[in-house]
Design a protein around this ligand. Structure first.
Ligand code: HEM
Length: 96
């Protein structure tokens, strides 16, 4: 959210909306990883449709993901699993 390249997606949103989105992101990933957890948010296509998220935005996002997994010293196997899962959502999220 603080990356100037991506920050525009979260401008002018209330603190509560940002917190809600963060929790839904956590829930979505936990639920897809087997939970058990009931994800009550919207699907990836519906929740990102119309934002015009580009390949360039996606690369910047994946860069942050990789840096974070590195900083947390996540082991390679888990790292590959997380990256593969997140990348599997790309077609639903990237629009241009
Ligand atoms: C460049 C990449 C991405 C950008 C710029 C982005 C941006 C956003 C924004 C601005 C929202 C709020 C939408 C709204 O409230 O109307 C949102 C919602 C959400 N995003 Fe993303 N997103 C990205 C990638 C992802 C990925 C990879 C995932 C999951 C693997 C994800 C999961 C979610 C979830 C769970 C929500 C909440 C859905 C709901 O409100 O029901 N996003 N995203």
């Amino acid at each position: 959210m603080s990356d100037p390249e991506l920050g525009r997606f979260w401008q002018h949103r209330s603190k509560d909306s940002l917190q809600r989105e963060k929790q839904l992101l956590i829930d979505f990933i936990c639920s897809c990883a087997g939970g058990p957890l009931l994800y009550v948010g919207r699907d990836m296509k519906i929740s990102h449709a119309g934002m015009q998220i580009s390949e360039k935005d996606w690369s910047a996002f994946m860069g942050h993901l990789n840096k974070t997994l590195g900083a947390l010293e996540v082991p390679q196997q888990e790292r590959d699993d997380v990256v593969a899962f997140i990348d599997s959502t790309r077609n639903d999220i990237v629009e241009c």
